[in-house]
Design a protein around this ligand. Structure first.
Ligand code: ZN
Ligand code: ZN
Length: 339
């Protein structure tokens, strides 16, 4: 199954994004760097092993669908270069955005990805460690070396939907020399569908029941910042518009972007600034692979919606998930209300 070049396409009916045959989630480099920093602040050193594990599962999943490790740059993770001694250099690794953190290696998730990739390709348990990182400013590339660590990871059963006939192109531009992909002006990131659920379950395992609230709060905060800083240019002049019009603009963006990002398909059930905004989302990326756990699980999606509302409509907003596929409902339903 050789894949020589990337195709970025989505299924508008179910809001699913595909990189060639693999179903994906599309976020931004900044979002993931922020996510890492927030979780390191909460978990300390434990965060490093958590990111490594999530990376390793991701590498194993991606290696099932692709033959060439160049797929790393198609995903916007940086440019990989495999050396003769088995070590790997990655130019412009996506986790090196905050170069102010001098002396701190930041690419555990990339080390994990390489471990997962080579474990599947070599049918043996392989582990990597980052021996030098571009975040430390001394070097331009990150270097990853093989180590005896024996971090066995279980790959969750993921039944990816096969791409259907009527897929549409998503406007994503690959910059092969820097291993970046650009979507709507932002340096973006592709991860396999199910990544968020894997990350969330790891986090729940580490900190227990408070994980749900934390996930929501962290994602709300960084989504708000992302919309204000990264997409702010599209909302110039927003402040002079009535709130109702701003809410309409927000929902318009969400109807376009959420399916293209592979987050699911959205319908607006109610638009009322006092009573609240009611949305229904089919095929939520967040609930994907969760199975039936008897409660709502789409905390990151709720955080994205609340952060977006705060940034675009103004004032503070909270989002509650009333129904969820993981709770046994047919769709996920979200209600946004002024805080
Ligand atoms: Zn690095
Ligand atoms: Zn849900």
């Amino acid at each position: 199954m050789a894949e020589n070049s990337p195709n970025y396409r989505y299924d508008p009916l179910i809001g699913e994004l595909y990189l060639n045959k693999i179903s994906c989630e599309l976020t931004t480099r900044k979002f993931h760097n922020d996510l890492r920093r927030e979780f390191e602040a909460i978990l300390g050193a434990v965060a490093k092993s958590m990111f490594y594990t999530v990376g390793k599962v991701t590498g194993m999943i991606v290696a099932k669908y692709f033959d060439d490790i160049d797929v790393l740059s198609w995903m916007g993770w940086g440019v990989p270069l495999v050396k003769k001694d088995g070590s790997v250099e990655v130019k412009n690794s996506y986790m090196t955005m905050y170069r102010s953190e001098i002396g701190k290696k930041s690419c555990d998730i990339v080390a994990g990805f390489l471990a997962g990739w080579f474990s599947r390709k070599e049918k043996d348990n392989v582990d990597f460690i980052e021996s030098r990182c571009a975040s430390t400013t001394k070097f331009k590339t990150c270097r990853f070396e093989r180590v005896e660590k024996n971090v066995a990871v279980e790959v969750p059963k993921i039944r990816m939907k096969k791409p259907r006939e009527h897929l549409k192109n998503v406007n994503i531009n690959l910059k092969p020399s820097s291993g970046e992909i650009i979507y709507r002006g932002d340096s973006s990131l592709i991860i396999p569908r199910g990544f968020t659920a894997i990350f969330q379950r790891e986090f729940e395992r580490v900190i227990g029941a408070v994980a749900s609230r934390k996930m929501y709060e962290v994602v709300k905060k960084i989504s708000y910042e992302a919309v204000v800083k990264e997409q702010g240019f599209r909302f110039i002049g927003l402040a002079i518009l009535p709130k109702f019009i701003r809410a309409k603009l927000l929902l318009h963006e969400e109807l376009v972007q959420l399916p293209e990002r592979g987050f699911g398909n959205v319908r607006v059930l109610r638009l009322d600034l006092k009573e609240g905004i009611l949305l229904e989302i089919d095929n939520s990326y967040n609930a994907f692979t969760y199975g039936k756990v008897g409660k709502p699980v789409c905390h990151t999606l709720a955080g994205v919606l609340a952060g977006g509302a705060k940034a675009v409509i103004g004032g503070d907003w909270e989002c509650v998930e009333n129904k969820c596929v993981a709770a046994g409902d047919g769709v996920c339903e979200f209600e946004l209300k002024p805080a």
